[in-house]
Design a protein around this ligand. Structure first.
Ligand SMILES: C[S@@+](CC[C@H](N)C(=O)[O-])C[C@H]1O[C@@H](n2cnc3c(N)ncnc32)[C@H](O)[C@@H]1O
Length: 298
C-alpha cells in the first residue's frame, strides 16, 4: 500500500465516527499519528545504520540477494510475497516436515537468506574455510543435506580440481542448489541428488571429505546418519560436522543437551576429533550453542 493511500484510508475510517464522537475520534487520530511518527523515525534510524555499514557488507548482501533471486527465479517483491510455511505441528514427524517445510519454494530461500547475517550460518562457513588448506588436490567431497547449496558452492570455488557430490531430502533444495552452482560456474564438478542421509547412494570408502553441517539433528537417530557418513568416507578421510546444542525446533528430531554429548557421538562411531569449537548465540527464546568439528576416520 502506498503511504498516501494509507493516510486516506486511515482518515476515512476515523471520520465514520467523528460526527457522533468528535473528541474521542480526534483523540484516537492524534494517538495513531504519534505511533506512526515513532515507527517512521525508527525506520529512518535503521536506514541510517544500514548506510553506515562498510562497502564490504553491502557487497556481501548484494551477492547473496542476487544469488537468491537467480535461484528462485524471482524479483525482490516476489521474494517478500513468498508464503512462509507455518503448518508444522508439534508432533515432530519427519514425513510431515519434509512435505510441509523442506519441499517448499521458501525453504532453500530462507536457509540461503541466513548467509546474509545470521551468525551461526556465517560461523559454519568460517569453520569450513579454516580447514580448507588440509584438503589435497583433486579431493572428492560429499555434502550431506546441502540445503541451498551455499557451502557446496563455497567448497567448489576454492579449488578447480575439487569435486562435490551430495544429497538432500528436498527437491526444492536440489533445484535451488543446482541453479546456484550453475550461476557460480561450478556445476560441472558437482553431482547432487535427492536421497536420505540414512541410506546414501554411494559405495563404501568413496570420499576424501564428508560434510554434514546442521543436518544430523534433523533425523531422529543422528548416530545412524553419522555411521552412514562414515561408511562412505575413506579411511584417513575427514568429516566436517556442525550440530546445535539446546536448540529445540520442530524440524530438529533429536536434541543434543551438551557439547560433550556431541563429542561422545563422534567417539562412538569411531571418528577422531582434531578440532572442536563451540559458540554461543542468542535468540528470542534464549541462548543456544553450535558445535563445529573436524574429525578423521582413522
Ligand atoms: C539446516 S539445513 C542445512 C543446509 C546446509 N547444510 C547448510 O548448512 O547451509 C538442513 C538440510 O537438511 C536436509 N535434510 C533433512 N533431513 C534429511 C535427510 N533425512 N536426508 C537428507 N537431507 C535431509 C533439509 O532438507 C535441509 O536442506
Amino acid at each position: 500500500m502506498l503511504y498516501t493511500d494509507f493516510e486516506k484510508t486511515l482518515e476515512s475510517r476515523l471520520e465514520t465516527r467523528a460526527d457522533l464522537y468528535p473528541h474521542a475520534s480526534e483523540y484516537h487520530r492524534v494517538r495513531l499519528e504519534q505511533t506512526i511518527h515513532h515507527l517512521l523515525n525508527s525506520i529512518l534510524a535503521q536506514t541510517d545504520a544500514l548506510m553506515q555499514q562498510p562497502d564490504g557488507s553491502w557487497t556481501h548482501t548484494e551477492e547473496i540477494v542476487s544469488d537468491i533471486l537467480y535461484c528462485g527465479e524471482m524479483d525482490v517483491d516476489q521474494l517478500f510475497a513468498l508464503e512462509i510455511p507455518n503448518e508444522l505441528t508439534a508432533d515432530r514427524d519427519f514425513e510431515a516436515i519434509k512435505t510441509k517445510l523442506y519441499e517448499t519454494k521458501y525453504y532453500p530461500i530462507g536457509e540461503h537468506l541466513n548467509y546474509i547475517s545470521f551468525p551461526p550460518a556465517l560461523e559454519r562457513k568460517a569453520f569450513i574455510e579454516k580447514h580448507f588448506s588440509r584438503f589435497k588436490e583433486k579431493s572428492h567431497f560429499c555434502d550431506l543435506g546441502f540445503g541451498p547449496g551455499v557451502l557446496t558452492a563455497f567448497i567448489l570455488e576454492q579449488d578447480t580440481s575439487w569435486r562435490v557430490e551430495g544429497v538432500d531430502i528436498s527437491r526444492d533444495c536440489l533445484h535451488h542448489a543446482q541453479r546456484l552452482l550453475e550461476k557460480k560456474k561450478v556445476l560441472a564438478r558437482s553431482e547432487l541428488s535427492v536421497a536420505d542421509v540414512r541410506s546414501l547412494p554411494y559405495p563404501d570408502d568413496t570420499f576424501d571429505v564428508v560434510i554434514a553441517v546442521e543436518v544430523l539433528e534433523h533425523i531422529p537417530d543422528p548416530e545412524a546418519g553419522l555411521a552412514e557418513a562414515m561408511r562412505v568416507l575413506k579411511p584417513g578421510g575427514y568429516a566436517m560436522t556442525a550440530l546445535p546444542v539446546q536448540l529445540p525446533m520442530l524440524m530438529h528430531l533429536y536434541d543434543f543437551d551438551t557439547p560433550d554429548e556431541v563429542l561422545a557421538l563422534y567417539e562412538k562411531v569411531g571418528l577422531q576429533v582434531i578440532d572442536f569449537e563451540t559458540k554461543e548465540f542468542q535468540r528470542q527464546a534464549g541462548p543456544f550453542m553450535d558445535t563445529f568439528a573436524l574429525s578423521v576416520n582413522p
